[in-house]
Design a protein around this ligand. Structure first.
Ligand SMILES: Cc1cc2nc3c(=O)[nH]c(=O)nc-3n(C[C@H](O)[C@H](O)[C@H](O)COP(=O)(O)OP(=O)(O)OC[C@H]3O[C@@H](n4cnc5c(N)ncnc54)[C@H](O)[C@@H]3O)c2cc1C
Length: 441
């Protein structure tokens, strides 16, 4: 009997979830049931798949199982950039076929964004949705060079953007840490845990979401027997929406690079403190340097969130040495950027898993008979997971689309180098990227 040997580690450090206030008691899966579909993972991918399956067949019975609380996944711990286009601005120059590929990718991302926006509008979730675009900020000459390259790439793609010189940057962001910035309008900033919980609560009646219901083992069929901590469910159709935990179910074990990345959220700032920062009330910034610090200024909540550091962790550990390192690094990053409120305590610091592949390709589609999966979202899973969840359901119902063809035509994650070369190489690469980030960390 196969055993799921890589389980999520749950903790209650995630600020996005904790600021929502008291949560209802989780509905734990108990007993025995047979249903049409079991979806494992109640985050962006799993909730989108469950909703679409329910829409395509309103008579189907669908059970969603999650080891944790909805909103406490990587998705709910994320920085909340629901991106329209790549945020890897260091891609360099673009060949014509790259432009076409990126535009197709953008169309797919926008499809996911629109699906989220419809839910926000239909279910009154506007408090978790800020349609303000994203900012790319540079604090070094090399960072500025990246911005120039990015601007020319956006010109080639015909995509709108605005470059901010130093004074415009200060005017918008309220701090003179960044020397220049570039704004693109298409990204939406979300409160990830709040939005996920809202989406879960708004699922159609034929979907049951069970939190704190970890899948411990699976007898693959079909029909499959899925055992959770307190129950058993049988189904002809299993959907794995477990991203970084996919290898625990026996898939792509040697193809994924398990990283953790870390966030901190300040306590609420008072009116005077908030006023000393100045600038726009709500923004989200991605550093021009790859390993730089992502910052969210949350006007509604009057808090600031910083994210940086990637650590290599085969078991997705979000405690111990790296937690302390993250806290220390976040303190320095925050104080540099917001000197007028330097030292404002962080109320929450947390880690979350990110699943990458060496060649940047996802694992999407049928993993074995009766098992579909969409895992390895390479760090942009809010919209990508949403789209892929919907497309998995479409493909299970034989509903063709251009986006589905695009996903099915993608490559698959390439195999990692053998150990210990893989972990040594990844760790060395992370150290090098941190060094290169310099003060942008
Ligand atoms: C700090 C941080 C910042 C990020 N910022 C961004 C960002 O700004 N924008 C963006 O697009 N992406 C961001 N990401 C990446 C993004 O979070 C992921 O790509 C996205 O969450 C993937 O969504 P998913 O639904 O596929 O998987 P996940 O969100 O990882 O959810 C997988 C779910 O599966 C459940 N699960 C796993 N194993 C089991 C089991 N055995 N039994 C039951 N349930 C199980 C987990 O509990 C979890 O809820 C960030 C990630 C982190 C950690």
């Amino acid at each position: 009997m196969p055993t799921v040997d890589h389980q999520p580690r749950t903790d209650r450090r995630n600020g996005w979830l904790e600021i929502l206030g008291p949560l209802p008691e989780p509905d734990v899966f108990r007993g025995e049931e047979t249903v049409d579909h079991v979806v494992v993972g109640a985050s962006w991918t799993g909730l989108a798949a469950a909703r679409r399956l329910a829409e395509l067949d309103p008579a189907a019975t669908i059970v969603v199982l999650d080891a944790d609380l909805v909103g406490n996944s990587a998705g709910g711990r994320s920085s909340g950039f629901a991106i329209d286009m790549t945020h890897d601005i260091r891609a360099g120059s673009f060949a014509p076929e790259d432009v076409e590929r990126e535009l197709r990718q953008m169309a797919m991302n926008t499809h996911g964004q629109r699906a989220l926006q419809r839910l926000v509008e239909e279910h009154d979730l506007g408090d978790f949705w800020d349609d303000v675009g994203k900012v790319h900020g540079a604090a070094t000459p090399r960072g500025e060079h990246h911005l120039d390259e990015f601007a020319s790439m956006l010109d080639t793609m015909g995509q709108p953007h605005t470059s901010w010189d130093r004074s415009a940057t200060v005017e918008h962001l309220g701090t003179d840490f960044w020397t220049r910035a570039l704004h693109t309008p298409g990204t939406v900033l979300v409160q990830p845990a709040g939005l996920l919980r809202g989406i879960a609560a708004a699922l159609p009646g034929n979907v049951a979401v069970h939190e704190r219901s970890a899948v411990m083992d699976v007898d693959y069929g079909p029909p499959h027997t899925v055992r959770t901590t307190q129950g058993t469910v049988r189904t002809p159709s299993l959907v794995l929406a477990t991203n970084g935990y996919g290898p625990g179910f026996g898939f792509y074990r040697k193809h994924t690079i398990p990283l953790m990345t870390w966030g901190s959220m300040t306590r609420q700032l008072d009116d005077d403190e908030w006023a000393t920062i100045g600038g726009d009330d709500t923004w989200g910034l991605i550093a021009a340097e790859g390993a730089g610090t992502t910052v969210r200024k949350l006007g509604r909540e009057r808090r600031i969130v910083v994210r940086n550091i990637f650590s290599f962790s085969r078991r997705s550990r979000h405690d111990g040495r790296w937690l302390a390192t993250a806290e220390r690094t976040h303190r320095r990053s925050f104080d540099r950027r917001f000197p007028s409120v330097a030292g404002t305590p962080f109320e929450f610091t947390w880690g979350g898993p990110v699943s990458l592949s060496r060649n940047g390709q996802p694992a999407f589609g049928e993993l074995r008979p009766g098992v579909q999966g969409s895992i390895v979202h390479n760090g942009v899973g809010i919209v990508r997971g949403t789209v892929c969840g919907m497309l998995l359901a479409d493909s299970m119902h034989g509903a063709p689309s251009e986006h589905l063809d695009l996903m099915l035509a993608k490559g698959r994650p390439s195999r990692n180098f053998p150990e210990p070369f893989n972990s040594l190489g990844v760790r060395a690469n992370l150290r090098w990227r941190r060094y290169r980030a310099g003060i942008e960390e």
